[in-house]
Design a protein around this ligand. Structure first.
Ligand code: FAD
Length: 425
């Protein structure tokens, strides 16, 4: 049994960002621990049952490589990536084993069933210790550098970082959604998306369904006859408050069963279908955002801005599901274009030995709605991990690390940028 309590780098949270961070850090040679509250990796991809991957190719150009690309290859090798009508769908069970194998083979230490509960800072304002709630009681660990990959910015909030929540006018976040899957569907007989939504709206008008979402959002899955639904909507609740999170789970489960019964009774193709599963936890699109040296904006995304200190790229649209009820606002990135994410958005206004490596980087409510998708977050995480590992190697704080060094290491790890001269020694 492991008794080590100090690591070069500790990554808190094993979602897409945390997986990227742990692998990015470990590849620099840093002794890296990845902690996760559940008994498997994946976060949104597994525990929230999110599917499919949003785009990482724009025009004909693939803009995200690195850890994400290796994960895709490993999923494909298990025939767990891509479905006839959904090219970027993946099997969440395969995601668990693939991500775990990638971490173990790279030499990342894993600690599951460990819930980050609190953290201490020292006189210089650095994180000195973290305390994890585990089956064996409280476990205290130390590291030179920490990466917050909890999605919610838990470590940042615990250590006094400046955080923002939701939209500027009222602090309300994007809604939560409990994803679910129906199995035994006769896919050939399913109505078109438009017909499906028309039936749903009619059922809402008859008072048979109560759900704030304006349409039926479904995806095909990697399993025959299994349809993935991203249709429930719970608004105006705070995902960082356990009482409100509980209320959200209860309301979302009510919606799931109402929807499933409606499908089975009224929608062609669902006569013999059944509710296969709901996600282990409700999906959280947005909670805290950790303010940093640079705040990424909607204009940065829509005008596809490039930065000298770019560490990741994205091409996903601004996509805001209404925080109050019906409606989804989409502002599109020009076709074939992409924006960059600067390193400064990963450097919080807070402890000098902390980096942000998940969806909660320094961005506005609007920009967050674009960069939050899994391929982009995995690239952000990888960059945070690389910066953490290089900080340890150079014995410097992340904010003092030359960004060229981070970019070169990311290139060496298979990530790609269009910066002339970057590949020169
Ligand atoms: C309903 C919904 C639909 C979405 N649709 C898509 C889509 O179709 N395609 C797409 O690409 N993206 C989609 N997204 C976005 C995407 O899933 C998330 O933004 C992404 O997973 C964020 O990754 P992350 O690593 O930042 O956080 P997460 O995926 O949330 O991972 C955080 C990890 O940290 C762990 N953790 C959290 N707090 C603690 C703690 N205190 N202690 C220990 N562990 C902790 C969690 O268990 C989790 O494993 C969707 C999101 C939602 C909610």
């Amino acid at each position: 049994m492991k008794t080590q309590t100090h690591f070069d780098v500790i990554v808190c949270g094993g979602g897409p960002g945390g997986i990227g961070a742990a692998l990015g850090s470990r590849a620099t040679g840093a002794r890296t621990l990845l902690i996760e509250r559940y008994g498997y990796l994946g976060g949104g991809a597994t525990a929230m049952l999110v599917n499919p991957f949003m785009p990482y190719i724009t025009g004909n150009k693939q803009i995200i490589h690195g850890v994400f690309e290796r994960l895709l290859q490993a999923l494909a090798a298990r025939r767990a990536y891509g479905a006839p009508n959904q090219p970027t769908a993946f099997d969440p069970e395969a995601f668990k084993i693939v991500a775990e194998r990638m971490c173990l083979e790279a030499g990342v230490d894993l600690l599951y069933h460990a819930y980050l509960a609190s953290a201490d800072t020292d006189a210089e304002g650095r994180i000195s210790r973290i305390h994890l709630a585990t089956k064996g009681g409280l476990l205290t660990l130390t590291a030179d550098i920490f990466v917050d990959a909890t999605g919610d910015g838990d470590l940042a909030a615990m250590t006094g970082c400046q955080v923002e929540t939701g939209r500027p006018e009222d602090g309300l976040c994007q809604p939560m959604t409990l994803n679910f899957r129906m199995a035994g569907v006769d896919v050939e007989r399913m109505p078109s998306r438009q017909e499906f939504t028309a039936m749903y709206i009619a059922a809402k008008e008859r008072g048979e369904i109560s759900c704030p979402r304006e349409n039926i959002l479904f995806f095909f899955s990697t399993q025959p006859g299994v349809i993935h639904f991203n249709t429930t909507r719970v608004v105006k609740l705070d995902a960082t408050d356990s009482w409100q999170l509980t209320a959200a789970e209860i309301e979302a489960r009510r919606q799931v069963w109402q929807l499933a019964e409606f499908f089975i009774k009224q929608v062609p193709g669902f006569e013999n279908a059944y509710l296969q599963m709901t996600a282990p936890q409700i999906g959280v699109r947005e909670s805290r955002r950790v303010l940093g040296k640079y705040v990424l904006t909607a204009e940065d995304c829509l005008e596809t801005r490039k930065f000298a200190d770019a560490i990741a790229r994205g091409c996903y649209n601004i996509d805001i599901h209404s925080p109050t009820g019906e409606g989804t606002v989409i502002k599109r990135i020009p076709p074939g274009e992409w924006y960059e994410i600067p390193y400064r958005s990963l450097l919080p206004k807070g402890p000098g030995n902390l980096l942000i490596g998940s969806r909660c980087i320094s961005a506005t409510h609007e920009a967050h709605s674009a960069i939050r998708v899994m391929p982009i977050v995995m690239a952000i995480g990888q960059a945070a991990g690389v910066a953490a590992g290089l900080s340890v190697r150079g014995n410097v704080l992340p904010r003092n690390l030359p960004v060229l060094e981070i970019q070169r290491e990311l290139l060496a790890q298979g990530q790609s940028f269009d910066k002339p001269g970057l590949d020169l020694p």
